[in-house]
Design a protein around this ligand. Structure first.
Ligand code: RET
Length: 227
């Protein structure tokens, strides 16, 4: 994550156009936040042990993940929204749903009432996620369709990356130690790590290496009438 942050910093270092800088600033903060979050988990800080009545050993909950996701997932959506030339209401809707998803997921991770209650919160969080996906493929995609071919196509690639990778998170959660416990903490942690790296650093590389597409998106946004 730290290397990704440095690479994105280097890619954006010489950019002087304020509008284009927006893409770099948003994209640099994503792995930068994750670097701090992973550091805190590695140091044993972002972890809490929950005593639960239905099993003898406590549940290890890495709450720092949720602090990371609370900020980085809206930033990822903001990158997509910038490309799509989304209006303010669409951005606010996406961010609202996203924050709802992460916070209800955190409640699910921290609740010790019963396994059923944890799964119920997972269900609520997944509900937010499904509506978010719907807004992504309907409203945001129709706004992106008004962009030129290259911009619309990069948007499509990144949107599909988000749909596929983000869908894996609730699955890992429910099969992992937070949910049904079919998979142990080690493989779960490894899966989240690979997902986080791809969804943040992979996503950022696909976006920022397309310099000419960002140029085009910014030009089109400047030419568009404000909504
Ligand atoms: C949780 C809780 C259970 C239900 C759902 C979840 C969704 C999480 C997502 C996280 C995405 C994170 C990314 C991070 C870094 O780049 C919170 C696991 C639906 C979609 C993309």
């Amino acid at each position: 994550m730290a290397l990704g942050t440095l690479a994105f910093l280097a890619m954006g270092w010489s950019e002087t156009d304020l509008e284009k800088q927006e893409y770099y600033i948003v994209t640099i903060f994503i792995p930068a936040i994750a670097t701090v979050s992973y550091f805190s988990m590695a140091m044993g800080y972002g972890l809490t042990e929950l005593a639960v009545p239905w099993q003898s050993q406590p549940l290890d909950i890495y709450w720092a993940r949720y602090a990371d996701w609370l900020f980085t997932t809206p930033l990822l959506l903001l990158d997509l929204a910038l490309l799509a030339g989304a209006d303010r209401n669409t951005i606010a809707t996406l961010v609202g749903l996203d924050v709802g998803m992460i916070l209800t997921g955190l409640v699910g991770a921290l609740t010790t009432a019963s396994p059923g209650m944890r799964i119920a919160w997972w269900g609520i969080s997944t509900g937010f996620f499904l509506v978010l996906l719907y807004v992504l493929v309907s409203r945001l995609s129709s706004q992106a369709a008004a962009r030129s071919g290259d911009v619309a196509s990069l948007f499509g690639t990144l949107r599909n990356l988000v749909i596929v990778l983000w869908t894996a998170y609730p699955i890992v959660w429910i099969v992992g130690t937070e949910g049904l416990g079919l998979v142990g903490l080690y493989p779960e942690t490894a899966a989240f790590m690979v997902l986080d790296l791809t969804a943040k650093v992979g996503f950022g590389f696909v976006l920022l290496r397309s310099r000419n597409v960002i140029d085009q998106a910014v030009e089109e946004a400047a030419g568009a009438t404000p909504s």
